[in-house]
Structures are given as C-alpha cells and as structure tokens.
Design a protein around this ligand. Structure first.
Ligand SMILES: C[S@@+](CC[C@H](N)C(=O)[O-])C[C@H]1O[C@@H](n2cnc3c(N)ncnc32)[C@H](O)[C@@H]1O
Length: 287
C-alpha cells in the first residue's frame, strides 16, 4: 500500500479542510462537544438516489426509519455544535413510487438509476407527495432543536418533469435550526437589495439560486451561492464548519473561499477523492 493510499484509507487532509471517510453515524461520535460553529449539509433524499455504498442514508425501507436515522445523526451534530451554533439542512421531497420496484438511469444522470424503490409508506397512496422535509423538521424540533426558519430554495433552472397533472417542482427547503434559543446569526452579512435596489433589507425566506452541476459528481451538489449565504450568516472568519454528508465537498470549497475551516464526513471513498481533488485545486487564501 502506498503512503497516499494509506492516507486515503484513513482521512484526506488539505490543511484547513479534513475529510473523514466513513459513516457519519460512527464518525460524529469521535468529535468533541462545542467544536463546530455551524453545520451546513444536504443528506441523501429518501428513495431518490443510489450512492452505491452499504450504510447509505436514504435507502431505508420506510420513511420513518430514514427520519429516525437522520434524527440520530443530527443529535450527534447538536452535541458537537458550539452553544450558539446552528444547523442549515437542505432537503427535498419525494413522491411515492407507485408500486415500481426500480428506476432506469437517465441519460444525463446515472445515479438516478435505482436497483430498489422504497414501498409506498403506510397511509399514503401511489402518486402522493410524501412531505419528507416537514416530517424531518418536526422530528428534529421534537428532538430538541429550535426550528427557526424554513427557507425556500427556488431553482429557476430546475429539471423539467414530464408531468401533466401537477406543477413542475422547482424548489427545495433549507431549514435553519439552532442548538439554543440564542445563537450566532449575522443578519448584516446576508442583507439583500430592496425591490428598487436603493437600499439593503433583512434577507427574505425565498432564495432564487440556479443549480450548478459539478461534472465529476453524479449526484445533486449544492450550488456554492446557497452554501455561501448559510455560512456568512452562521459563522465568522476562522470558524470551523461541519458537513456530515460531504459529497463533492462544496461546503469546503466555500469555507476556503470565505476563510473558514471545514471537516466533512463522506461514506463513499470515490466521492471523498473527488472532493479532495476539487479542494486541492483551489488557490487557498490564508486564514
Ligand atoms: C446529496 S449528497 C451531498 C452533496 C454535497 N452537498 C455536495 O455539494 O457535493 C449526499 C452524500 O451523503 C453521502 N452519504 C450517504 N450516507 C452517508 C452516511 N451514512 N455517512 C456519510 N455520508 C453518507 C453520499 O455518499 C453522498 O455523497
């Protein structure tokens, strides 16, 4: 085994960014309390993608089990957050599978191919929108988080859908949770222009941001502009940010650009390597 391979097996490090390879359920337990200023993350959506690794979140057979897994993970996240820390959780919804047991990969996105499809949750019908984001939000609230905001991420360039009996979905949610009633929130840092463009006003809850494909990743990646807003509002220069579902490492990229540090956890080693390559190509500014 080469030295590089040994390092990859263990963890990937680019100084102000560290990538831990493994299951968030286990790795988060190793982080100390009061460690991260903020957590910005996007877990796999339920039943939507196959990330091809045992232990992947999102492949649970029931939506209740999926939510239970996420609540457990975010309980650990809460423990590791500073007392004035926040969690920014991006999550999208899913429809019931309508009895189908698999889905073909589409030409543009092989990760949409699914060797499994979750059964229709009890009490729902085929074609029902499940309401996963709000189920998660309420479950986290019940577990002790303060649910502070539901931000609608409007995607002007959303994927077209071949549906004729409902509008095309063009939004996802970003929920802002805090660990405590009082928390760090820099409203000045993310002010937006008024309608006439003459002044700045407090940020509104609908954020219009285009999706941005990242060519090496065959899964949904965060647009950096979305992460930037969450990071500027929730942390200061030099702070440490967590992403327990790291994927291609967008949170780390923004952390570097904004002079923050970042630790990411990623289950799929191939994705961790993609993230490492992405980050090491950045011209880092000094903290
Ligand atoms: C929606 S993607 C995150 C994309 C990321 N925000 C980006 O911009 O690239 C979710 C990621 O969670 C990872 N994942 C799934 N289950 C996991 C687990 N149990 N522990 C850590 N990572 C996991 C998947 O491999 C996938 O890369």
């Amino acid at each position: 085994m080469t030295l590089l391979q040994a390092k990859i097996d263990d963890q990937l490090d680019t100084s102000d960014v560290r990538i831990e390879i493994g299951d968030s359920r286990e790795i988060l337990q190793d982080f100390p309390e009061n460690y991260f200023q903020s957590c910005i993350t996007s877990p796999p959506y339920w039943g939507l993608r196959d990330y091809g690794v045992d232990g992947q979140i999102g492949a649970e057979s029931t939506v209740d089990k999926y939510i239970e897994d996420l609540v457990n993970i975010f309980r650990e996240v809460r423990r590791t957050l500073k007392e004035d820390g926040t969690l920014w959780l991006n999550i999208g919804d899913s429809y019931t599978s309508g009895g189908r047991t698999w889905r073909d990969a589409d030409k543009k996105n092989s990760a949409r191919g699914m060797s499994y499809r979750a059964p229709t949750p009890q009490g729902l019908k085929s074609k029902d929108l499940i309401g996963v984001p709000w189920k998660i939000a309420f479950a986290l609230q019940a577990d002790g988080w303060y649910l502070r905001s539901d931000i609608v991420w409007y995607k002007p360039n959303c994927q077209p859908e071949s549906v004729k009996d409902r509008p095309t979905r063009s939004h996802e949610y970003v929920f802002l949770f805090s660990k405590n009633e009082k928390y760090f929130y820099n409203h000045e840092a993310i002010k937006e222009p008024t309608a006439d463009g003459k002044k700045l006003r407090n940020k509104r809850t609908v954020w219009s941001i285009n999706t941005e494909p990242f060519k090496e990743a065959h899964f949904a990646v965060f647009p950096p502009a979305l992460v930037e807003q969450c990071m500027l509002a929730s942390s200061s220069r030099g702070d440490l940010i967590l992403d327990p579902f790291f994927g291609s490492g967008t949170v780390a990229q923004v952390a570097i650009e904004q002079n923050r540090k970042c630790i990411g956890v990623e289950l799929n080693k191939d994705y961790a390597v993609i993230a490492k390559n992405r980050i090491s190509h950045l011209n880092r500014k000094l903290l």
